[in-house]
Design a protein around this ligand. Sequence first.
Ligand SMILES: Cc1cc2nc3c(=O)[nH]c(=O)nc-3n(C[C@H](O)[C@H](O)[C@H](O)COP(=O)(O)OP(=O)(O)OC[C@H]3O[C@@H](n4cnc5c(N)ncnc54)[C@H](O)[C@@H]3O)c2cc1C
Length: 237
Amino acid sequence: MVRVTLAGPELGGLAVEQPAASVRLLLPVPRGQGLVVPRWNGNEFLLPDGGRPTIRTFTPRRLDPRTLELDVDVVVHGAGPASVWAETAGPGDEAAVSGPGRGYVVDQRAPAFLLAGDETAIPAISQLLEVLPHDAHVDVHIEAAQPEAALPLPHHPAAAVHWWNLPPGAPAGETLRVAVRAADVEPGTRVWVAGEAAAVQRIRRHLFDERGLARSDATVRGYWKSGRTGDDEDDSQ
Ligand SMILES: Cc1cc2nc3c(=O)[nH]c(=O)nc-3n(C[C@H](O)[C@H](O)[C@H](O)COP(=O)(O)OP(=O)(O)OC[C@H]3O[C@@H](n4cnc5c(N)ncnc54)[C@H](O)[C@@H]3O)c2cc1C
């Protein structure tokens, strides 16, 4: 995972008020050709040559309105343009930011929280750990394909953090699925899950269909799709 800091007066006015929100980044692809801002054709954003812009979604991990800096923590997974951009971007390189997209509304009265996600969810889970009530028990499950590259989590006094290493070749989300199935979910617990879309869909079915959790008690978000580029969001509350 690589932390990229974006900075500039253009960030003035950007306000992120909820944890686990999102921003969309327009990336210069191919790199070195400068940033071309797409136009809305009434249906979609397109570049002047008719091509589709490279836009990816990230968690605004830290926004400092004083210095006008925005940190995003990007999983370096190989081939994707955002992954390559995060590894190679340097001072002066441009990207455009839009947002924020909606985040998570914390129920301050909930007695317990279950947070589960893969590495792409670490920035959002970190923000949740920073704001969840200190007297609420927080059970955290994180699946890491590259445990050595994960950034440390903030401290929460009543959190139990479990790291699960995804074995090479195993489908994304496999250890999370097992961990969530085995977790104690006491009545009143609020659940937040994010990761690979098909994996979180299985977790969603388990929570709602097998455990009978109320839909209002759980937020399950697909953050990326195995085998698919782009950032199709797959949301359900
Ligand atoms: C609300 C929201 C918040 C998000 N926050 C973050 C964040 O803070 N940090 C972060 O890193 N990601 C985050 N993501 C996920 C990120 O948008 C996707 O992983 C995105 O696809 C990465 O773009 P890319 O250009 O690197 O890869 P793409 O071009 O989109 O995909 C190329 C190939 O890589 C695969 N792929 C994509 N992402 C991963 C991955 N993480 N691991 C393994 N294979 C992958 C795809 O399936 C595809 O086969 C978030 C997504 C959402 C919807």
